[in-house]
Design a binder for this molecule. Structure first.
Ligand SMILES: [Zn+2]
Length: 71
């Protein structure tokens, strides 16, 4: 289990940004992340993102974490 930051890629400009959400891989795998709103810091577009849209980054190492099984 790793502490992770959730990033998403903006659908408008492609910027990958930190959503500010923090969780861990186990909680992420179990949780539902339906229709969360995030605003892109680059272009200002607010869109909804689902669980499958998140990119997990290990908080300690800054390395991308393979996503858990998305079913
Ligand atoms: Zn954007």
């Amino acid at each position: 289990m790793a502490r992770v930051a959730l990033y998403v890629g903006c659908r408008t400009c492609g910027e990958v940004f930190d959503t500010g959400l923090r969780t861990d891989t186990t909680s992420f795998a179990r949780g539902t992340f339906a229709a969360n709103y995030h605003t892109c810091p680059r272009c200002g577009t607010t869109q909804t993102y689902r669980k499958a849209d998140y990119r997990l980054v290990d908080v300690r190492t800054g390395q991308a974490v393979p996503p858990p099984d998305r079913g």
